[in-house]
Structures are given as C-alpha cells and as structure tokens.
Ligand binder design. Structure first.
Ligand SMILES: C[S@@+](CC[C@H](N)C(=O)[O-])C[C@H]1O[C@@H](n2cnc3c(N)ncnc32)[C@H](O)[C@@H]1O
Length: 228
C-alpha cells in the first residue's frame, strides 16, 4: 500500500476536489449565505470548509449528541453545521470573544432558524468554560475547539471537565502546515497545539487520533479525542 502522498497536488487541485465533492457534502443556501454575510462584514475567512463542517455534523449525529460546546464561533458557520445535528431538545453553547463576530453569527443563526437552539456567549472562552464547570452544567456530548491556539491546553482540560464518558472532543488547526512536528518551534500557536497533544497523550481517560487535511486554506488537521 502506498502512502498516497505523491497524489497530493497544488491548492488548485484541492479546490477542484472540494468542488467535485460539493454535491456529496450538500452545503445549502443558508450556509452559503452565512459565508457571504461573514465576508461582507469583513470577518477573516478562517471558518471550516463545507466538507469539514459536514464531518463535524456527521460526528455529532453519530455520537447522538444532544449538547454541543463550541469554542470559537466566528460567523457561526461551523455552529450551523453542528446545531443542525441536534434533536429538538438539543442545545449548543458557542464561545466568542469578538462582539462583531458574534453579531454576524447571531444573524446567520437566526436565518438558519437556530436562534433558539444556540447560545452565543460573548467573552474569553476560558472564563466561559470555567463558569460552566462552576455551575455544574449537564455534560456536553461533543466539544469543538477552534479559537486562539495558544489556549488549546486550557480548553482541553476544561472540555474534559465538561464531558462524560463517550464525549468526543475535536480540536481544529492542529497540523499548521506541518509545523506541529517541529519540536524546536517557538510559534505560540504551534506550542499551544503541542502542549495540548502532550496532555492528550498523558491522559489515560482519552483515546485519540489525528487527521491531516488539505484545502484551499492550506495543510492542516484535526485532533479527535474520546473520553473514556
Ligand atoms: C477559527 S475562528 C472560528 C471558526 C468557526 N469555528 C467556523 O469554523 O466557522 C476562531 C474564532 O475564535 C475567536 N476567539 C479568539 N480568541 C478567543 C477567546 N479567547 N475566547 C473566545 N473566542 C476567541 C475569534 O474571534 C474567532 O472568531
């Protein structure tokens, strides 16, 4: 079996492949409008791709998730994919530090008919997560971590505290163009990912893997960890 790496082409190829799989992924007008609204508002285009959003949704569906926690809302694009996986009594809490991002997300979630399902909590996510721990909220079934990367170790620890056996924790942007494998890196984003990975490795409660991705935004990936 070959690694397949020799088949990885330039960004134009990745875009063409993403376009080919478009009908399979099935991004609808509401999701496309969320991207358009975020772009018009000048938000950075750092949301998950349609295929990645669909992956998150399928993971939530497969996990039978009723409660989802998201760290890093931006314009609500991944939030919509995830919230659509929830049953009628489901809930999603999403954390965002930037009021302008939260405002755009609020509009897009309303347009998606999800305003009653999603609670956007404005402020530093670590504070929000600590408050949820202190309040003793019902555990979450899936946690998606996609905010400031230096805080990944903190988010992992808090996510585990907000979990139950079977909870799936997904962390985005964990490959960083391959820089995550550079033990000499001083990039705070890389250090945040590496410290988070070390904690996953050291935590006997977590079964985990990493998935490498390519796309028009470059070479990156997810870490997925399931709580025992
Ligand atoms: C990569 S974007 C999220 C993308 C979104 N999950 C999606 O795929 O549609 C990261 C977001 O995290 C927010 N953020 C950064 N630092 C944060 C913090 N300390 N607390 C909460 N949100 C933060 C940023 O403002 C930004 O909107």
């Amino acid at each position: 079996m070959t690694s397949g790496a020799e088949h990885v082409g330039p960004a134009a190829t990745w875009d063409a492949v993403d376009a080919y799989f478009g009908p399979l992924v099935g991004e609808d007008d509401v999701l496309a409008a969320a991207t358009t609204r975020a772009r018009a508002a000048g938000l950075p285009e750092i949301q998950v791709s349609p295929a990645q959003g669909r992956l998150l949704q399928l993971l939530a569906l497969t996990a039978g998730a009723r409660r989802v926690l998201e760290v890093g809302t931006l314009g609500g694009y991944s939030t919509i994919w995830l919230a659509r996986a929830l049953p009628s009594d489901g809930a999603l809490v999403t954390c965002e530090i930037d009021a302008a991002h939260a405002a755009v997300a609020r509009e897009s979630l309303a347009q998606a008919g999800l305003a009653g399902v999603v609670d956007i909590v404005l402020g530093p996510a670590a504070d929000t997560l600590r408050r949820l721990v202190d309040e003793g909220v019902e555990p979450f079934d899936l946690v998606f971590v996609d905010a400031d990367k230096p805080s990944n170790p903190v988010y992992l620890d808090l996510a585990v505290r907000l979990s139950r056996p079977g909870t799936l924790i997904v962390v985005d942007n964990t490959v960083r163009g391959g820089a995550v494998a550079d033990a000499a890196s001083t990039d705070p984003n890389v250090l945040g990912v590496r410290e988070m990975v070390d904690r996953v490795v050291a935590d006997p409660r977590l079964d985990a893997t990493a998935v490498q991705t390519v796309g028009s935004k470059g070479y990156d990936g997810f870490v997925l960890a399931r709580v025992r």
